[in-house]
Design a protein around this ligand. Structure first.
Ligand code: GDP
Ligand code: IMO
Ligand code: MG
Length: 436
């Protein structure tokens, strides 16, 4: 196994950053392939905490990192994160696709204006300009990294002119920056030491052919995927594993394995249906214990029980054979634990996700109860060190239940935010770290 795609299986914030950090020890290159600075990925190593919105998480381990063509790049954020790494004594080795689209301050402004205009029907976006940038890409008026490198092309001026006119006409507003200032920031990003602009597909493919191992780091999650998620309450990119191919230019057949990351419960930020959402005290308890507040926006995350209908669906659309279950520690002493195994849709029991958000918002969860677990005598870090044998039996039962319901294999569990609070199944360890 030379390549692994890691994706979120819920509505984002599953702990992808932490899992990618742990796994990237065994890889040479870590690649982002979709989304933009709407992502918020956290890595904790003892007292050190790194938060990334755009930079692939592997930068913390000094790996070569790639931002593929499917990502939308905000130069201001990228510059900030390069600075953040340098401050921590790390020199990023970053490959930036010449085909990636650029988020400008105009896109960020339009994101907010559109949300206001939608009123009650708003998506609850991160207001980072993601939707408007992908819309411009599809509309064939977007700005790409190659347009900045070739400053004589006139593409930036053309984009600026069209966008300013549209802003005035549709939103009665004007850009907060001028085209000269915009070009300055864009060039500053590209001129950073350690940033290489090239065809990401060619770069990664050559690396794979030279036996280097590549990890693809997904952002958001299957239920936020533009095609497969809970439309229209989704993001504007494909977040499923197949996007690792289109979002980098690496052929699909070079993607060997898919690991889906899933929290032991469910959270969602922003609007949209959420059948297992818990109102009241139990939901508040999970939010407090799990520190469920958005990394990017600081918004409180909506919390609910594990939804196995949604998880089965996400495992299927991703083709995920491996699972990482995170934040199990957060459910400690919550007994019994509820898990949703089916929905009641208008009196009919169903085990699939309805396409319509209106229908989905009426789905009532059908729960099964499982015994929860108590805090073991040792702290979680020591439990993790001791391995799978020392985790509570009820937790093991919870994992077996997930495996049975999804037909996927739990390869890794996370029982705390720290890098060390992780258990990798012995069978998966060899495969994940050595590729056997
Ligand atoms: P991502 O977007 O999927 O990378 O996830 P985020 O980083 O946005 O959110 C996950 C949060 O949970 C971060 O604050 C992590 O430090 C934290 N976290 C990750 N795994 C665990 C875990 O197993 N237990 C606990 N308590 N926190 C965790
Ligand atoms: P990570 O990578 C959680 C949500 C927003 C909103 C919807 C659309 O950290 O898991 P957008 O700004 O993308 O147009 O917003 O998607 N959303 C996320 N929720 N984690 C994320 O990323 C998210 N990225 C976008 O809250 O509901
Ligand atoms: Mg996040």
């Amino acid at each position: 196994m030379k390549t692994l795609v890691v994706v979120g299986l819920q509505w984002g914030d599953e702990g992808k950053g932490k899992c990618v950090d742990v796994l990237s020890e065994g890889f040479d290159i870590v690649v982002r392939f979709q989304g933009g600075s709407n992502a918020g990925h956290t890595v904790k190593i003892d007292k050190e905490i790194h938060k990334f919105r755009l930079m692939p998480t592997g930068a913390v381990r000094g790996k070569t990192v790639v931002i593929g063509n499917g990502v939308v790049v905000d130069p201001v954020v990228l510059l900030e994160e390069i600075g953040q790494l340098k401050e921590a004594g790390l020199e990023p080795d970053l490959v930036l696709s010449d085909r990636a689209h650029v988020i400008t301050p105009l896109h960020v402004q339009i994101d907010s204006l559109q949300e206001e205009e939608k009123g009650k029907g708003r998506v609850g976006t991160t207001k980072r300009g993601i939707g408007p940038t992908y819309a411009d890409k599809a509309n064939r008026i977007g700005i790409r990294i190659c347009d900045i490198v070739d400053s004589d092309s006139g593409a930036l001026e053309h984009f600026f002119e069209i966008s300013s006119r549209r802003m005035a006409r549709l939103h009665d507003s004007e850009p907060s920056v001028g085209v000269i200032e915009l070009r300055k920031t864009l060039l500053k990003m590209i001129d950073q030491e350690g940033v290489r602009v090239c065809d990401s597909g060619e770069f990664i493919q050559e690396a794979i052919l030279s036996n280097r191992r590549v990890l693809f780091e997904g952002a958001q999650g299957a239920l936020l995927d533009m095609d497969h998620g809970t439309y229209p309450f989704v993001t504007s990119s494909n977040c499923v594993a197949s996007a690792a191919s289109t979002g980098t230019g690496v052929p699909m057949l070079l993607l060997d394995s898919v690991m889906g990351i899933c929290k032991a419960y469910t959270t969602r930020v922003g609007e949209g249906p959420f059948p297992t959402e818990i109102d009241g005290e139990a939901g508040d308890a999970i939010r407090e214990r799990g520190h469920e507040f958005g990394t990017v926006t600081g918004r409180p995350r909506r919390c609910g029980w594990l939804d196995l209908v949604a998880l089965r669906y996400a495992v299927r659309v991703n083709g995920a054979k491996l699972l990482a279950i995170t934040k199990l520690d957060v459910l400690t002493n919550l007994r019994p634990l509820k898990v949703c195994i089916a929905y009641d849709l208008d009196g009919i029991e169903t085990r699939t996700l309805p396409a319509s958000a209106i229908a989905y918002s009426q789905a009532k969860p059908i729960f099964e109860e499982l015994d929860g677990w108590e805090q073991p005598e040792k702290p979680w870090r020591e439990v993790a060190e001791a391995g799978m044998e020392s985790i509570p039996e009820e937790m093991r039962e919870y994992l077996r239940f997930i495996e049975k319901q999804t037909s996927a294999e739990v390869a890794m569990i996370s029982i705390g935010p720290d890098r060390s609070e992780t258990v990798i199944m012995p069978k998966a360890r060899k495969f994940l770290f050595n590729g056997d």
